[in-house]
Design a protein around this ligand. Structure first.
Ligand SMILES: NC(=O)c1ccc[n+]([C@@H]2O[C@H](COP(=O)([O-])OP(=O)(O)OC[C@H]3O[C@@H](n4cnc5c(N)ncnc54)[C@H](O)[C@@H]3O)[C@@H](O)[C@H]2O)c1
Length: 443
């Protein structure tokens, strides 16, 4: 979807400055209730191990906002998170183990979802059906079909849904995109996204007894049932198809999204992925090194280089994007904006006021504060979201398409209106996933 420049500026300015200032309007809608300027926005966080903490810290820094509930299916993690909460936010949120209990809470306005990815869309839709606004961690969906459901549900229920690609709320990135729209690097034609890490082997999982402190049934929720093994929970579910979506979704969602934003483009004409699993013989089910090219009309393109296990080059650790134009290039990451001329000379450089983590597993930092603030301002004042689901889901779709091309080992031709694949019937047959009985999301 193309945004007019006027809307773009309105959106970005409101998204950052008023979030930072914490300005409240006299009356605003939350779900069905009208809240006054002094009313608090109450939040719940589902999934409080790693990313959940970054979100709790960001919510804590907002005015008149509280983490009222923590929700997790693992009692050990809840216990540890309670201790973390006391120390870091100074109070203990109430605890619910079963996400569905949150849906009944009359005092709850927003649900933040930081669970594994098979839960993201089903939880978001259930939350909206219960009248709650949602902050949904990236990627917003586990499969392509869920994107369509999410967008339809948001349209139907009219609630705010922000995806957790927080660099959309980085002041330096917003400035860079404004400069790009004003022609600072001429005609933009290429977005180069990369991520570089040295993740280890996840081994071959052994079937072991389910810990008594973990509700494995509820952890699995919408996903078809699998035996519990010792290398899935926490975190390594990312690398299993039943629950996770691989590195391109885990980190590419951020960088590919920034390229798409900078080039002002949505779905591509074609997607091709090469790569594979090169490093360890283990349970990892995705490519661990992947190179993707998205081709767009007018000879624009985006590339993704994902080195999940084995750094790209010693001088290129971490993550970032470079945007190329006819008059120069721009480097962006979560914390800076650098402008170069065609000869590679640095012309301008901006640093984000407060730094955010770029390579740890939590991603905590000022961008979360901005991004959460933007959602709260959208709820309070109907400000535009910096990563509203209709737009953000397109970036997630790009990652799904890349994984599909990687699996099919062929270039995919894409219908630019629907994102559907035109030249591979098998992919379209597997557009959706199987769900555990009773859990299929419906709008
Ligand atoms: N935006 C970012 O920068 C960023 C950074 C890190 C992670 N993430 C995203 O956040 C999500 C969580 O990642 P993580 O690294 O924290 O994973 P994690 O495995 O460390 O934590 C997930 C938590 O969710 C809990 N959980 C599982 N099912 C649940 C349910 N039904 N109800 C409540 N809790 C449940 C687990 O017990 C676990 O504590 C992922 O989607 C990831 O991609 C985003």
């Amino acid at each position: 979807m193309k945004k007019s420049r006027r809307n773009f500026i309105k959106k970005t300015l409101l998204g950052t400055t008023s979030a930072a200032a914490g300005i409240l309007s006299p009356n605003f809608m939350i779900g069905k209730d009208i809240l006054g300027a002094n009313d608090r926005i109450n939040c719940a966080i589902a999934g409080v191990r790693s990313r959940g903490k970054a979100l709790a810290a960001a919510i804590h820094l907002q005015k008149n906002t509280k983490v009222l509930y923590s929700c997790d299916v693992d009692e050990v993690i809840i216990e540890e998170h309670n201790m973390w909460s006391k120390k870091n936010i100074g109070y203990l949120p109430k605890v619910e183990k079963d996400f569905r209990k949150l849906l009944e809470k009359k005092d709850l306005d927003v649900i933040f979802i930081a669970t594994p990815e098979h839960w993201h869309t089903p939880m978001t839709i259930l939350a909206m059906q219960a009248g709650k606004h949602v902050y949904i961690e990236k990627p917003c969906s586990h499969n392509a079909h869920e994107n369509t459901l999410l967008v339809a549900a948001q349209k139907k229920y009219g609630l705010k849904v922000q995806m957790g690609n927080q660099q959309r709320s980085a002041v330096t990135s917003i400035n860079a995109i404004n400069d790009i729209r004003n022609g600072i690097i001429g005609e933009v034609y290429k977005g180069e996204a990369y991520y570089s890490n040295n993740r280890g082997s996840i081994g071959i999982g052994k079937k072991v007894a389910i810990p008594k402190t973990l509700d494995w049934e509820l952890w699995q929720g919408p996903a078809p049932r699998k035996a519990y093994k010792d290398n899935i929970h926490p975190y390594n579910w990312h690398w299993f198809r039943n629950w996770g979506t691989g590195e391109i979704h885990n980190n590419g969602t951020h960088e590919i999204d920034i390229c798409r934003w900078a080039l002002d483009i949505d779905l591509p004409d074609s997607v091709s992925s090469v790569g594979g699993k090169y490093t360890y013989q283990d349970d990892w089910e995705f490519a661990d090194n992947q190179q993707v090219t998205y081709k767009y009309p007018k000879e624009k393109f985006i590339t993704w280089t994902g080195h999940s296990r084995g750094l790209i080059k010693p001088e290129r650790p971490g993550r970032g994007v470079t945007i190329y134009g006819s008059k120069g290039s721009i480097q962006l990451d979560r914390n800076f904006y650098k402008l170069y001329d065609l000869g590679g000379n640095l012309v301008k450089s901006e640093l984000e006021g407060e730094m955010s983590q770029t390579t740890d597993t939590r991603g905590q930092g000022q961008l979360d504060v901005n991004h959460v603030g933007n959602l709260l301002n959208a709820i309070r004042k109907d400000e535009s979201l910096n990563a509203e689901i209709k737009d953000a889901s397109i970036s997630t779709m790009l990652c799904h398409l890349a994984n599909m091309s990687q699996d099919a080992r062929e270039e995919l031709q894409i219908d630019q209106q629907t994102g559907k694949v035109k030249n591979n019937k098998m992919i379209m047959k597997n557009w959706n996933r199987e769900y555990a009985e009773g859990w299929e999301p419906k709008v």
